[in-house]
Structures are given as C-alpha cells and as structure tokens.
Ligand binder design. Structure first.
Ligand code: 5GP
Ligand code: MN
Length: 348
C-alpha cells in the first residue's frame, strides 16, 4: 500500500539539518509561483501557520495577484503581492534566514523575485511534486508521485514528528491545496495515501464542505457567462486528432469583466468530450502574450509538449506554457504540431 509516496525523500543528514534549522526561531520567507493556484496558496499558507506555531516569523510572497476564490484562506491578507509592492517583498528576502519554495521547480516561475533570491544568503528548501526539477535549493523534499505540494507539506510536518501541531487553519489550507490539485480527488495523481492524508486533515478540523462551497460555489454570474460563451462560441473539437481547444482574446475577456482565476477549470471542458485526450486553453494577457494551459489523458505527455514547443512545463497530464506570437499565429503553430503528433494522440 501507499506505493507512490513510500519513502520520505530526505536523507538522515538532511532531516537532521532541517530539524536544526527549524529548531531556532528565525525569519522565514515562503515564495509561491507566478499566478499561484490552490495548491501553491494552500501549501504556502498551511506551512506559514505551522511555522508560526513553532515561533518563526513568516512572510508569504506571491509574484503577482492571486484569484479571489482562494482569498477565504486564513492568513491570506498577509500575503505580499510583489507586482503591487515590490520593495517590502525584496526587503523580506534580503532579511530572510530561510526561504521556502513551494509548488514549483524552476526559478523562472517566480519572475523578477528571482533577482532578490539570487542575492540572498538564506538557506533554501524546496517542497514540490513537479517532474524534472532544476537544482536551486540546499535541500529538496520532492516527490513526483504526490498529488500536490499540500500533501507533501502534510508529509513533511508528519516526518518531523509534528503531526499533532496540525490545527484547523493548517488543515483547511492543506485540504484546499490537495482538493484543487486533484480536481477534487479524480486525477490519476490521487493515491490511497492522498485519501489517508485528507482523512487525517478532517480529524484535525478541516471543514471540507465549507471549503468546497468557498471554492466551487463562489461565482460571479458574469464568470459563468464567460465560461458558457467560451464553450458555446470558442471551443473547437478536432476528433481526427483527439484534440479540443478554446481561445479567449483580451477583448473577449474584457467583455465579461475578466478577473484572475475566472478561466480556472475551463481547459477541462474540451477534454471531457468523449474521445478527446488532449486539450488546450489559450488566453491573451494584457501585454499581448498568450498564456496556455494544457491537459491530457493517459500517455500523451503535456509536460514534454509544453517544454518543447511553448516554453513551459508541468506534469504529464497538466501543464502550461506561453507564446509571444499573435493568437492566430499561435493557433496555427498549435494545429501544425497537433498534426505532427496525430499518431500519438490517436494512440496508433
Ligand atoms: P495551469 O494550466 O493550471 O495554469 O497549470 C497546470 C500545471 O502546469 C501546473 O502544475 C503548473 O505548475 C504548470 N505550469 C503552468 N504554467 C507553467 C509555465 O509557464 N511553466 C511551467 N514550467 N509550468 C507551468
Ligand atoms: Mn501543485
């Protein structure tokens, strides 16, 4: 049982070092990746509450804004948005004794926060579940088999022998991270251990029904209209390539009063069509760059696809990337690639 996660991925020496560092109250900075999702925010805030219980002073930084539907989480108001207020973010990094990088494996994902991080002498700890990690930390608690970084934060606290310190706030944040990264426990990354962790979080007070309501039933009606429009008018299904995709331009997003997080989950619509194994969502950002989300089923590896063709990465079945071409040129490139991958996509 629990095959996927069995070992704790730290050597005895590393574990001792972590215990030593966390044994003395210090200044800790936790950094999330750009456009943080439920797992990034949940694991970071869960870790913040745990470290504060141990007497550390903790600052959580986000490279940019994060979605409204995650702002119910305890501790959310203390998060510093680097894009909005760069100087307190940079100062906290300059003063930090320890920097934690949660839910990403490449410094590229924190944008210009990287500059302050590179100057810092702080000890660096990564906790993450993405494949093909780059090495930029002193110690890495890493497992590609974990459903989420939030699950790994639970494992980390438990490994330290501190499971008893998990309180309602920690449990709520970690539950939110696991639930969002597993698509509410349905993606293949969900293991028996994931369910064990969730059961234990419930024992520690996680308010699961309330969290599902906060996350799933928190729509502005105009957001639902955007999703309806996207599916009705903008979704293309290419059965010959087992592929579906949606495009949204800035002017379309503006028409529906777009806010950060509004298109969350939309990429899962084309892939819910019978026979479709690959889907993509292309959204045009304010600066004209095209942000892309990829999803796949089974063997088609969107991490490799995003890395190779769209300057991105992620997991085998969920990844992201970007394009500096126009929307039309990006779609042309995408369609050409899809034709090249036809055999793989059709499982032939
Ligand atoms: P989403 O489509 O939800 O934004 O991202 C799906 C997955 O791909 C997440 O695990 C995320 O960490 C990863 N991802 C999204 N965008 C990028 C990117 O630009 N670069 C890399 N390396 N990973 C990304
Ligand atoms: Mn994650």
């Amino acid at each position: 049982m629990h095959l996927k996660h069995n070992s704790h991925h730290l050597t005895d020496k590393e574990l001792l070092k972590v215990k030593e560092i966390l044994g003395t109250p210090s200044k800790v900075v936790i950094i999330m990746h750009r456009s943080p999702d439920g797992d990034a925010v949940g694991s970071s805030l869960g870790m913040k509450h745990y470290l504060e219980k141990r007497g550390h002073t903790v600052t959580v930084l986000s490279p940019n804004a994060y979605p409204e539907f995650l702002k119910w989480m305890p501790g959310t108001r203390s998060v510093i948005d680097f894009e909005k207020t760069p100087s307190p973010a940079n100062q906290s990094i300059a003063k930090a004794d320890l920097i934690l990088f949660l839910d990403f494996n490449s410094l590229k994902r924190i944008g210009d926060l990287e500059i302050a991080v590179k100057k810092s002498k702080a000890f660096r700890l990564v906790i993450d579940h993405h494949p093909q990690p780059e090495k930029f930390a002193d110690i890495s608690f890493h497992n590609v088999g974990s459903s989420s970084t939030a699950e790994l934060v639970y494992d980390f606290i438990t490994l330290l022998g501190e499971n008893k310190k998990i309180n309602k706030d920690i449990a709520n944040c970690l539950y939110a991270g696991i639930m969002t990264d597993t698509g509410s426990f349905r993606f293949s990354s969900t293991s028996a251990h994931t369910h064990d962790v969730v059961a234990d979080l419930m024992r520690h007070g996680a308010e699961t029904t309330k969290i599902h309501r906060f996350i799933d039933d928190n729509n502005r009606d105009i957001r639902l209209r955007l999703l309806g429009y996207a599916v009705m008018e903008k979704m293309k299904i290419l059965p010959d390539f087992a592929t579906g995709f949606i495009t949204l331009t800035q002017s379309e997003l503006k028409r529906f009063d777009y806010r950060e997080g509004d298109t969350e989950g939309l990429v899962n619509e084309p892939i819910s069509v019978k026979g479709i194994v690959f889907s993509a969502l292309f959204t045009e950002l304010k600066d004209g760059e095209i942000k892309i989300s990829f999803r796949s089923k089974d063997k088609f590896d969107v991490n490799l696809f995003a890395r190779k063709h769209f300057n991105g990465g992620g997991h085998i079945n969920a990844a992201g990337g970007k394009s500096e071409l126009s929307m039309d040129e990006t779609i042309l490139k995408f369609l050409t690639l899809v034709a090249e991958y036809k055999k793989e996509l059709k499982g032939e």
